[in-house]
Ligand binder design. Sequence first.
Ligand code: ATP
Ligand code: MG
Length: 243
Amino acid sequence: MIPVDHPRYHSLVTRERLARCAEQGIVAWEGLTAHGRGEAFDYLLGERTTESAMLAARIASAMLLTARHPVISVNGNTAALAAREIASLQKATGALVEVNLFHRTEVRILKIENLLRDAGADVFSGPAERLLPLSHDRAWCRREGMYAADVVLVPLEDGDRCEALVGMGKKVIAIDLNPLSRTARTATLTIVDELTRAVPHIAESCTTIGTEERVTLLKETDNRYFLSEAICEMTGRLSLALD
Ligand code: ATP
Ligand code: MG
């Protein structure tokens, strides 16, 4: 039992949830280490949404709302941490929700799809095909889903699939706490923020953004700017720690 007054309460509860989901076969064991890398970068960021990440989330809402065929790609960690938030974002954007896994088994896919459905998401499922130019199992997706998408939101992505999706001419929005990752550097737009903070920000932006603002924001998509702002935030906090 984690005491509510523990200074790291939120982080410990999140770890406990991920461990439980790993035991249930929803999160891959390897997903726990991926979470650890994310936590380390979040520590550097101050565990808060920065101004630049807030702007990136607003641009992401503009991209999703103007897309012809937007898709939200969900893996085990994303479902374990943010199933309800993903369901709300789907309602705000009308995007398809599709499960895509590196450690892929049919059983895990069903478990994740059920978790998402229980949280209120309408999951696009059914037979997948090996459609993406990748040698690992992230290549499996649905022809009418991710394969046909023009904009894909990829929380906690692999750099090589991000690159493959961009190479296919899609606009890719990544959520990644590591501004140095291949994903962050390859995506069309990276929101350097924690998943459970970023997803609600995108959904909230969808309700307030006007048509004119969408057009203006879409012209401002400059991924390098968002990465360099995140790196400045982190290095700034590191140097302050020495004072
Ligand atoms: P890449 O394949 O892009 O080079 P990587 O191999 O370093 O990245 P992975 O293990 O593939 O990283 O994916 C985990 C990524 O997700 C990490 O970059 C980590 O910072 C990020 N991450 C983990 N948990 C969260 C979270 N809750 N919110 C946002 N980002 C997260
Ligand atoms: Mg990777």
